[in-house]
Design a protein around this ligand. Structure first.
Ligand SMILES: [Zn+2]
Ligand SMILES: [Zn+2]
Length: 131
């Protein structure tokens, strides 16, 4: 697979997310990129769709926001189960992956004859500094 060739808008959106301290909504991304010629929400949504597909960005459903993926991408990227802690104080998001959780969930889902598309675990709470 390798790194996909990104369009200008995709690079801008990914750049904005990578430099952000925390997750951003599509409209916050749009605001950041206005000066660079991105004017329509649809441009941001299209770029986000592709970045999500490439696994370079994650959507946090519970807060309707996006974060850049923080796992290394040198090799083909299969996310399996992606888990996030989301601080409700400062908005800090940490991404992590755990093989034991992945395997356990896979067993449970197989028992239901269910075909998984993606699994995202969002753990809401407070980080160390926000206690
Ligand atoms: Zn990731
Ligand atoms: Zn916090």
């Amino acid at each position: 697979m390798g790194m996909p060739q990104l369009t200008r808008n995709q690079s801008l959106v990914l750049g904005a997310l990578s430099h952000s301290e925390g997750p951003m909504s599509a409209y916050t991304i749009l605001d950041k990129l206005r000066d660079q010629g991105v004017r329509a929400p649809l441009q941001v949504y299209r770029a986000l769709d592709k970045l999500l597909e490439y696994g370079l960005v994650h959507r946090l459903e519970s807060i309707n926001a996006f974060v850049a993926c923080t796992c290394p991408h040198e090799h083909e990227h299969d996310h399996g189960v992606t888990a996030f802690t989301i601080c409700e104080g400062c908005g800090q998001v940490t991404e992590f992956h755990d093989e034991a959780i992945e395997q356990r969930l896979a067993v449970l889902v197989r028992g239901q004859s269910f075909k998984t598309e993606k699994t995202t675990i969002e753990i809401r709470g407070h980080c160390k500094s926000c206690g």
